[in-house]
Ligand binder design. Structure first.
Ligand code: ADP
Ligand code: ZN
Ligand code: ZN
Length: 753
C-alpha cells in the first residue's frame, strides 16, 4: 500500500511513502504519520490519499515510521478544501498544512499538545461513608482552622460537584473557603482528605442561564423572510443592514434554525478584538453549544477545540476569525460572515494568502451550506454580486429603535486654518459639541487613522526626515516612549538631538496620530478621563478588552482610536463622534481607497447614538466638497457604489477582472530589477497586456529586501488552470538561473490593500 503525504515543506504538494503491512489497518485519509524526509529529518505528515500503484519514480520510496494518532485529524471535505486553497491561491499543500493544523498535532514540534491537569481534593475511602464522618470531626476538634475547612469542603464539594458529588478542585476550595495550605495539609495528614491529579479541559463551560431569542421586529422579520426566500435558489445572501439595525439578532434566528437540523454554524468575524462582545451575546442564547476560535488562544487550547469538533457530539457553533474556516466541521449548514467588507479577512503573510469570505463560500458549497454576508457598507464585489443576481439580497434600512442615522456635520478645516481659527486638531464646533456632550454625561469617540504621535519628523531647515535602516519608509514618532518606530518592521530608534545633515536642533513633527490627539484632549479637558485604542495600547486581547470595558462602564468618557474603533462595537452612551482628518483616509495609492474611506467613515459615524437617541458626527476635512464626503454625509451607499463600479470597469479592476500580484524580493536591487523585467517580459509573451509592471511599490524595501511588483489583470472567465501553468513554468525557469538563486517570488491572488 502506498500513500501520498502532505509535509510542511513547500516543494511538491505531496510525497509518496509506502505503508508496512502491519500498519495498513491504521492508516486513513487524514491520518497523521511520521516519516523520514531527506537524510535523517523527521516530519509528521497528513495522509492525503491511499493507493496501490507503485510509483515509477527514480527516488527510493521509504516506508512510514509510525502512525501518530489513533484517529484521522481531518474530516473528508477538509482535504478537498485544502486542495482548492492551494490551487486558487497558488501555493503548496504543505503551506496550507503549516498554516492550518495546530502544531500540537505534530510530533516534531516543540509545543506538543499536553493535557491540562489540576489537583482535586476528596474524602479518603473511609470517610466516603457518611457514618464515619463524625469521627473526622472528632479528630479536628482542637484545630479550629481544620474544622472550618472541613465544613467548607463538605459544602463546596456539593456545589461544585461532578456527578459523584464529593470532589472539589484544590484551588477552588482554598479560594472559596479562605483557608490556608496548612489547614489542608493537616486534614490530609490525618487521612481525612486526599489530593490527586486529574486531567481537565481547557475549554470553559457556561454557567449562566440560557435565554430565549429576542423576537424580531417587523422590519427584521421581513429581512429574515427575504433571506429564507433567497436561500431557496441561491447559496449566498447579502444582508445589507445599517448599523444597529439588528443584523446580529437576525443571525441568532438563522443559527437557531440551523441547529434544529442538527447542522453546524460558522460565525466569522474580521478581528479577535470583536469576539468578546459577540461571544457574550451568543453564549446568552446558545451556551456551551458555542466554541470560540482565534489566533490568540494557546496551541493546546486549539488542539482541544479541534478534537472537540472531530467528536460528533462537539460544538455546534464556532465563532472565530478567518483561520476558523479550516476547522474540522462535521456538517456545516450555515456560514455567517459578519462585517464582510473588512480587509482583515484577507491573510497577508505567510501563504496561503486566502480571503476568508471568499474561501468560506467555497467551503460551504462543499458542505451544501448557506452563506450570509452581513454589512452596513458591503464590499463593492459583494454588492455587485447581489445586483447581478448571483447572490440574494436582504435590506434593513432602519435602526432597531428607529432613532434615525446620525447627523453628520462637515467642517472645512482648510478654511478655518486660513482664518487662524484652528488652534488645535479640533475645530471650534467639535470642541463645543464635546463640551456639551460630556456635560450631559454622555461619551465621545474620536477617530484618527494613524497611531503614534506624528507619522513623520522633519528638519525645519533642510527637510531631512529620519528613515528606517531596513525599509524605505519614514519613521513614526512615539512621544510616550521618546522613540522613532518603523511601522513596517518594528525597529525602534532614538530621536537624534540635532539634524545629522545640517546640525539644526529644531526637528518638527509632521501630521498627527492618536497619541497626539490624546495629549490635546488632556489639555482641553483636564478633568475628563480619556483612553486610546490602537495597535500600541491594545497589544493583547486583555488590554483591548480592558480599554473597551472601562469605556462601557463609563470610567472613561472619551475614546480615541484608529480603525479598530470602527468595527462593530456597540456602545450605549456615545452620542458624539469626531472624525479628525478625513483627507488622510482618501489618499492611499490603491484602487480601493475610496471604497475603504467611505466604509471607515460610515462605520465610525455609525457608532454614534445607537440606542434611544440620534447621534451626531463632526467630520473635519480639508476638502469637504469632495464627492465621496458628500456621499458619506448623505448616507449614500448607492452613489458610492455606482461611482466605484464605473471606475473599476473602465480600469479593469474587480469585480470585472481578477487581480494577481507577483511580489519579487531580493537583497540586491539591480539583480532584482533584471529578474523582475525578465519575468514580466516572459509573462507578457503569453499574457499580453494583462501584465502590468514591473514597478517599485510605494514602500520599495522592507526588512532589507528590495521589492518589485508585477500586476496581472485577468478576465474573470479565464481558466485558472492555464494561468497557473504559465506562472509556474515561468517561475521555475527563472529560478533555475543560478544568478537568481536567492530571489523570493510570492503570489497574492485577489490582493487587498
Ligand atoms: P447590528 O448587528 O445591525 O449592528 P444589533 O443586532 O447589534 O445591530 O442591534 C443593535 C441593538 O439593538 C442591540 O443592542 C440589540 O440587542 C438591539 N436589538 C436589535 N433588534 C432587537 C430585537 N428584535 N429585540 C431586542 N433587541 C434588539
Ligand atoms: Zn537639517
Ligand atoms: Zn523598518
Amino acid at each position: 500500500m502506498f500513500i501520498e503525504v502532505i509535509l510542511p515543506v513547500p516543494l511538491a504538494d505531496t510525497y509518496t511513502y509506502s505503508v508496512p503491512p502491519e500498519l495498513e489497518k491504521q492508516v486513513f485519509c487524514g491520518s497523521m504519520v511520521l516519516v523520514e524526509f531527506g537524510k535523517n529529518k523527521h516530519y509528521s505528515g497528513v495522509v492525503a490519499y491511499i493507493h496501490l500503484v507503485e510509483p515509477s519514480s527514480a527516488y527510493e520510496i521509504k516506508p512510514i515510521l509510525a502512525v501518530e494518532n489513533s484517529k484521522p485529524v481531518l474530516r473528508r471535505p477538509q482535504l478537498r478544501f485544502w486542495e482548492w486553497i492551494s490551487q486558487y491561491y497558488l501555493c503548496k499543500l504543505g503551506e496550507v498544512y503549516k498554516a492550518v493544523l495546530p502544531s500540537g498535532f505534530r510530533s516534531e514540534s516543540s509545543t506538543n499538545y499536553k493535557q491540562k491537569k489540576e489537583t482535586f481534593i476528596r474524602f479518603t475511602e473511609k470517610y466516603t461513608n457518611k457514618d464515619h464522618l463524625h469521627t473526622a470531626f472528632d479528630q479536628v476538634k482542637r484545630a479550629f482552622k481544620q474544622e472550618q475547612l472541613l465544613l467548607a469542603f463538605i459544602e463546596y464539594s456539593r456545589i461544585f460537584s461532578t456527578a459523584s458529588g464529593t470532589e472539589v478542585s484544590r484551588k477552588q476550595l482554598l479560594a472559596k473557603s479562605g483557608s490556608n495550605e496548612n489547614a489542608l495539609s493537616g486534614l490530609i495528614e490525618k487521612g481525612i482528605l486526599e489530593a490527586y491529579e486529574k486531567e481537565i479541559s481547557r475549554l470553559q463551560t457556561y454557567e449562566e442561564d440560557i435565554a430565549p431569542l429576542n423576537p424580531l421586529n417587523l422590519l427584521q422579520q421581513q429581512a429574515y423572510t427575504d433571506i429564507m426566500q433567497s436561500f431557496r435558489e441561491k447559496e449566498v445572501c447579502l444582508l445589507h443592514g445599517v448599523t444597529s439595525s439588528g443584523k446580529t439578532e437576525i443571525y441568532t434566528h438563522l443559527i437557531a434554525e440551523t441547529l434544529k437540523l442538527n447542522r453546524q454554524v460558522l460565525f466569522l468575524l474580521p478581528e479577535i478584538a470583536l469576539t468578546a462582545q459577540i461571544t457574550k451575546r451568543l453564549k446568552h442564547f446558545f451556551g456551551d453549544k458555542l466554541g470560540v476560535y482565534h489566533s490568540k488562544i494557546s496551541d493546546n487550547e486549539r488542539v482541544e477545540i479541534w478534537n472537540n469538533l472531530l467528536n460528533d457530539e462537539g460544538y455546534q457553533i464556532i465563532l472565530g476569525v478567518r483561520s476558523s474556516i479550516f476547522l474540522p466541521f462535521r456538517d456545516l449548514g450555515l456560514v455567517i460572515v459578519d462585517e464582510e467588507h473588512e480587509p482583515s479577512y484577507k491573510q497577508q503573510d505567510p501563504a496561503p494568502r486566502y480571503h476568508a469570505r471568499n474561501a468560506a463560500i467555497v467551503l460551504s458549497t462543499m458542505h451544501s451550506a448557506k452563506v450570509i454576508l452581513g454589512s452596513a457598507t458591503p464590499s463593492i464585489e459583494s454588492y455587485f454580486n447581489a445586483q447581478t443576481g448571483k447572490y440574494g439580497y436582504a435590506g434593513l434600512k432602519k435602526r432597531f429603535e428607529e432613532t434615525g442615522l446620525p447627523q453628520i456635520i462637515p467642517i472645512d478645516i482648510k478654511e478655518l486654518r486660513r482664518k487662524k481659527r484652528m488652534k488645535s486638531l479640533f475645530s471650534p464646533l467639535l470642541i463645543e459639541k464635546m463640551k456639551n456632550t460630556l456635560e450631559k454625561g454622555e461619551q465621545v469617540l474620536l477617530f484618527q487613522n494613524r497611531r503614534g504621535f506624528a507619522p513623520m519628523v522633519t528638519c525645519k531647515i533642510c527637510d531631512w526626515t529620519p528613515k528606517c535602516r531596513f525599509c524605505d519608509v519614514s519613521l513614526t514618532y512615539h512621544k510616550r516612549f521618546s522613540q522613532l518606530t518603523c511601522h513596517y518592521c518594528g525597529s525602534t530608534y532614538t530621536i537624534p538631538p540635532e539634524c545629522p545633515e545640517c546640525g539644526n536642533k529644531d526637528l518638527k513633527a509632521q501630521g498627527f496620530g492618536t497619541e497626539k490627539v490624546e495629549e490635546e484632549v488632556a489639555l482641553l479637558f483636564p478633568d475628563i478621563k480619556a483612553d486610546r485604542l490602537d495597535a500600541d495600547t491594545a497589544k493583547t486581547t486583555k488590554s483591548y478588552e480592558e480599554i473597551i470595558s472601562r469605556f462601557e462602564q463609563g470610567k472613561t468618557q472619551v475614546l480615541i482610536g484608529t480603525q479598530i474603533i470602527s468595527k462593530g462595537l456597540d456602545f450605549e452612551k456615545v452620542s458624539l463622534v469626531g472624525i479628525l482628518n478625513a483627507d488622510s483616509l482618501m489618499n492611499f495609492p490603491d484602487f480601493r481607497s475610496h471604497e475603504r474611506a467611505y466604509q471607515l467613515m460610515s462605520q465610525v459615524a455609525g457608532r454614534a447614538g445607537r440606542r434611544k437617541q440620534q447621534g451626531e458626527v463632526v467630520l473635519q476635512a480639508s476638502h469637504p466638497e469632495h464627492p465621496l464626503i458628500r456621499m458619506v454625509l448623505d448616507h449614500n451607499y448607492e452613489g458610492m457604489y455606482q461611482m466605484q463600479v464605473e471606475e473599476r470597469k473602465l480600469f479593469r479592476y474587480p469585480p470585472f477582472y481578477r487581480l494577481i500580484h507577483i511580489n519579487l524580493k531580493h537583497k540586491n536591487e539591480e539583480l532584482l530589477k533584471a529578474l523582475a523585467q525578465e519575468y514580466a517580459d516572459s509573462l507578457r509573451s503569453t499574457l499580453g497586456n494583462r501584465v502590468m509592471g514591473p514597478d517599485k511599490p510605494p514602500v520599495g524595501r522592507i526588512q532589507s529586501l528590495h521589492i518589485q511588483k508585477i500586476l496581472l489583470k485577468i478576465e474573470i472567465s479565464a481558466s485558472l488552470n492555464t494561468l497557473r501553468e504559465v506562472l509556474e513554468n515561468t517561475r521555475y525557469r527563472i529560478l533555475s538561473d543560478t544568478r537568481y538563486k536567492y530571489a523570493i517570488i510570492q503570489y497574492d491572488v485577489d490582493p487587498v490593500g
